[in-house]
Design a protein around this ligand. Structure first.
Ligand SMILES: Cc1ncc(CN)c(N)n1
Length: 221
């Protein structure tokens, strides 16, 4: 099993993500502030789960090089994306101390629980597969939107610059290389498990955009 085959099977899900009206609106610089605000609030909550999952994944890693890489990623998530959130929060009027707090949306919770479940079950490759869509879809979106030309709105421009940037791309390359190295000798049963987990994360990626864009139906209060 290699990442390329996962990427191939995800084509349909990828197309609906890249064509999602919220992704399009970020690229065109027309996204409503309230939608972006919801997104940043939920993403800050999501990143907390994501970072913890990476740290636990490190403890399951079959070798020390993999463990160190995953631990480093658990931290850099906050340096790269966390900083973006902090600066967006200031521009969006999210009060100091309020970022990463507050009620989780249904999808934020379900996606986080999905990743946590995989890592708690203890099988390394399926748990690694759960975090792959998070990495690569944002790099693809960032690169694609950057190619269309940066919008004037600083908030949206900064978002695109982070996900199209070298630092984020390097992180994605590291995780994909790790997957390819460790999944090289996986068996049929494990491959099926990896695919199922990966497919669910792709669905959650799409739903995460839906949640921010169509807010009300995904929030309990
Ligand atoms: C939901 C989600 N997916 C992916 C990313 C990019 N790491 C993110 N910040 N949030």
């Amino acid at each position: 099993m290699q990442f390329a085959s996962l990427r191939e099977r995800a084509e349909k899900d990828w197309q609906r993500i890249r064509q999602h009206p919220m992704v399009v609106a970020i690229g065109q610089g027309t996204l409503e502030r309230s939608v972006f605000r919801t997104f940043i609030q939920q993403d800050a909550l999501y990143l907390q789960d994501f970072s913890r999952v990476l740290a636990r994944l490190a403890s399951l890693a079959p070798d020390i090089a993999a463990a160190r890489l995953l631990l480093a990623h658990a931290d850099t998530v906050f340096q790269v994306e966390g900083e973006l959130h902090q600066s967006a929060a200031r521009d969006l009027g999210i009060l100091e101390g309020q970022l990463g707090r507050g009620p989780k949306g249904l999808i934020t919770k379900a996606y986080g629980d999905h990743m946590v479940r995989q890592v708690m079950q203890g099988a390394f490759l399926p748990a690694l597969a759960a975090v792959l869509p998070c990495y690569w879809t944002y790099a693809e979106i960032g690169t694609e939107l950057y190619g269309l030309g940066l919008p004037e709105d600083k908030l949206l421009r900064d978002w695109i610059l982070v996900y199209s940037g070298d630092e984020y791309r390097r992180a994605v390359d590291e995780i994909v290389s790790l997957f390819d190295r460790l999944a090289g000798a996986s068996g049929k049963d494990e491959d099926a498990q990896v695919e199922e987990v990966f497919d669910w994360s792709m669905i959650y990626e799409w739903l995460f955009w839906e949640q921010a864009y169509n807010g009300q139906q995904f929030f309990v209060n």
